[in-house]
Design a protein. Structure first.
Length: 136
């Protein structure tokens, strides 16, 4: 078992309540409608942001393979000894930095359709991960 564990605070509670239900939340400005990644607190015009449900669909933008031991088995690559981390551009626009799971790093490519799933590293909060869309 790893020592890696994600914990919530008051600001992240709505996000983690949703991930526990298998739902990804993003932030949206009620004034201008701009959509942001979950960690953003204010719009560029300084308005507070509201939580909105995301589709969980996107495409891979870029990625890196970490050849160190994985932080948690749920984040390990197919060989069990590496991890992949990448940026997924969500259908709603924002980029989300996530671990990439269920993917051979040798077949990853920019533009690969991805879907957000959720894992619980170390038994902590459910976090979003990217996975290639299964064929068929």
């Amino acid at each position: 078992m790893s020592g890696f564990r994600i914990e919530r605070d008051d600001a992240s509670a709505p996000f983690f309540d949703a991930t526990a239900r298998g739902v990804l939340l993003l932030r949206r400005c009620p004034g201008c409608g701009a959509v942001y990644a979950p960690n953003r607190q204010r719009c560029r015009d300084r308005d507070d942001l509201e939580w909105v449900e995301a589709s969980g669909k996107g495409v891979l933008v870029t990625w890196a393979v970490d050849h160190q031991d994985p932080l948690d088995p749920s984040l390990a690559g197919p060989d069990g000894h590496t991890s992949v981390f990448g940026f997924v551009e969500l259908a709603e626009g924002p980029w989300l930095q996530v671990p990439i799971v269920d993917a051979d790093p040798g077949v990853l490519c920019a533009g690969l359709p991805m879907v957000v799933r959720f894992v619980r590293p170390g038994g902590g909060e459910a976090i979003p991960v990217g996975a290639p869309v299964a064929d068929g």
